[in-house]
Design a binder for this molecule. Sequence first.
Ligand code: NAD
Length: 437
Amino acid sequence: MKITVAGAGYVGLVTCACLAELGHYVTCIDIQKEKIEMLQNGRSPIYEPGLEPLLQKHLQNGTLQFTTDSHQAYSNPEIIYIAVGTPEKEDGTVDLKYIHVITHTIAHYIKNDVLICTKSTVPVGTNDLIKEIIYSRIPSNIKAEVVATPEFLREGSAVFDFFHGDRIVIGTDNPEAASIMEQIYLPLKIPIITTDIRSAEMIKYASNAFLATKISFINEIANICEKVGANIEEVAYGIGQDKRIGPNFLKAGIGFGGSCFPKDTKALVQLAGDVEHSFELLESVIKVNNHQQSLPILKAKQKIGSLHNKKVALLGLSFKPDTDDVRESASIKIAKELIQEGAIVRAYDPIAIPNAKKVLGDTIEYAYDIRFALHEAELAIIATDWEHIKHVPLDIFHTFMEDPIIIDGRNCYPLREIQKYPVTYMSIGRANVHKSG
Ligand code: NAD
């Protein structure tokens, strides 16, 4: 089929590369010229495992093209996927300005019958608005249908997730549209759930809210474990063996970040508020997460007092491993708090330094090697559980730091292991390790 994907971000690029891999002819459009030029030259503007080779493969065989030209992108595809951003406004509501612009643009340029599929995460009712705008602007001889197709990919394994997702949700009241979408996804052999549009929109928010709830729940249990002398890892394992609960999303740490959970939880609280329902459970989830992200600073101050002029190594900048995305990263928040406290920060990340620089500028120093980050630091804070960080030889802490104090926000090291080294070590929901001797 001829498909256009609007938005060359994390969702749009994965979608266009994977649809080309399924044998479709795909055009990807973005308003950012530099992004499109990079893509036309076979380079991915984002780091996502497996993405760049797939983009290059289909660019070369002519099944994938990149453009900024709306006429080329929208005039005759059979399907248009919307994958533009839906960021958060200052008041926590969803900013739909990109959705509005893209909808008007599509309405202006389409010339043939088309299926418009919204992959962007949008508040319940938004696809009905998209429909209204499209229907009121296109000539009566063109048939356009709007389908909600929420995206569930995880950054860091997004390409894998496209081909091996748990389910595909298709929200439409039109059986013909549902059948076309089913044909697209049938080769993947992933369960397809067809619902009405509003339920599809809600499935996305409810899924993220539930996962965020699981994270805040285990973090609260971890905080209690610290006080009662239990070990969160053993507790989480014990809980997770119950099939009704399951083992995933029970890893305690310094909370969730990224471009989805923080904004989608706030958006759902807002959505509930709009219909006069106070979503207190989710409000608490958000509150717990905010507290959790400030734990490294609280623990550091408890241990060493003022952080003024203290040299701090910050390990990890992305919001999770295997991505360069620093949006709502706990690490960025920690870096900002450290600077406010007057600390001297040197941060390491294997991939995310260029994106972190856009936010933090030269307020901190950057290290492309963990050893350089640790060199002469008085405190090390681990904020992202990259494999590079989890698997460093543990003697590097006392080799490069004089009197190492480590605050591990992601429980990267087994207590049994870290106890063998002359370090002070504090993690989440586990006993502190005090430097011996
Ligand atoms: P992103 O910010 O990485 O990319 C959005 C892209 O859309 C940008 O490149 C931007 O230039 C482009 N754009 C904006 N207006 C445009 C227009 N009029 N025409 C063409 N392109 C335009 O965003 P993302 O992370 O890919 O997220 C996109 C949507 O998918 C959001 O609603 C998000 O909530 C949702 N989502 C994201 C993830 C994720 O892990 N990133 C997962 C599931 C759902």
